[in-house]
Design a protein around this ligand. Sequence first.
Ligand code: GDP
Length: 344
Amino acid sequence: RLFKETHIPSIEEVVERIGRRYRRLRPRRRGAKGLIEFELKRVELVYNILRSVFEKLAKLPPTKYMNEYHALLIKSIYGDAYDKAIERARYALRLLEQLWNDYRLLIVTAENPREAARLRKEAAGRMISVWRRYKKHVDVLIEVKNEIIKTHVVSENLPVIVVAGIPSAGKSTLIRRVSSAEPEIAAYPFTTKTIIVGKLRCPQLETYIVDTPGILDRPYEELNDIEKKAYVALRALADVIVFLVDVSPERILDVQQQYHILDQIHDTIAEPAGTDIIVVINKVDVKEEAALKEAVSNALARGLTVIEISALTGHGVDMLLQLACDKAFKHFIKRSNLYLEFEE
Ligand code: GDP
């Protein structure tokens, strides 16, 4: 929430803000003392504005306090640049404070207003340059924030069922059928893709059911670099993966090619995260017998649980949900416990 409410100003915005307030300041008293006081006020103004900006940035959540999925996404795309930006904000705060303390003393003991004005220029210049040098960090913070706040829909801590499978396999038909409300569409952070999020009432706990069109519906090698990272990050999101295999005559890829996609999901996401894959043979109402057989034997050869459904007629869907809820909940509990242990 803090993340969402924090406005991260650009370098120019802050410099402009300082300039505007600076120009409105006037000396309060006449004479040399008044002028020296005035110079001090001007430095204090610069200091206060910058301090409040850096204080806000220093309070942004480091990835270790984010949910795993966002943390992994940020780290795989920016490395440690985001966490570093927050750390550097703390460092900048100390630096500013130091400058303020030093120059305050120098200015109040200045011999005359000219000397005070020279010190004021120097102090303000040095403070503003702390901010200017921070530019690349600000850029990272702004980018990360803008991307991450787009996905508020999956940021709660609930189990997640991820649905995968080639385009037209029936993913959205399935999600719409089981979702308790109209699925929400949000941007997939850092990519031009979307993420579709439905919610369903599992017996254990309310659960998300998610589709990532353009990510988990094609071979990994077809993705661009950022999409590949977004793909890998799903590792931290999925509690169970429901992989739809299209066995209708209209399927856009043959069964073997569909299993190529499944194998990549297995190797990249499921295996490393200890997440189960349920193979769901869809469109059994219009199945092509040979394709069905091939799909089943492929699943069995991989030792995967396989279930037949029709997302359109609803055949087999209840059984699928039971299985998916059960697996999602178990995985969710496991990762929550791991997290608690880790926190202790
Ligand atoms: P997605 O691209 O994986 O989300 O696939 P969609 O859910 O959009 O489905 C693609 C097409 O297949 C649509 O015309 C659906 O009505 C149809 N479809 C989905 N599931 C079934 C099914 O079980 N049986 C039949 N006959 N058609 C289905």
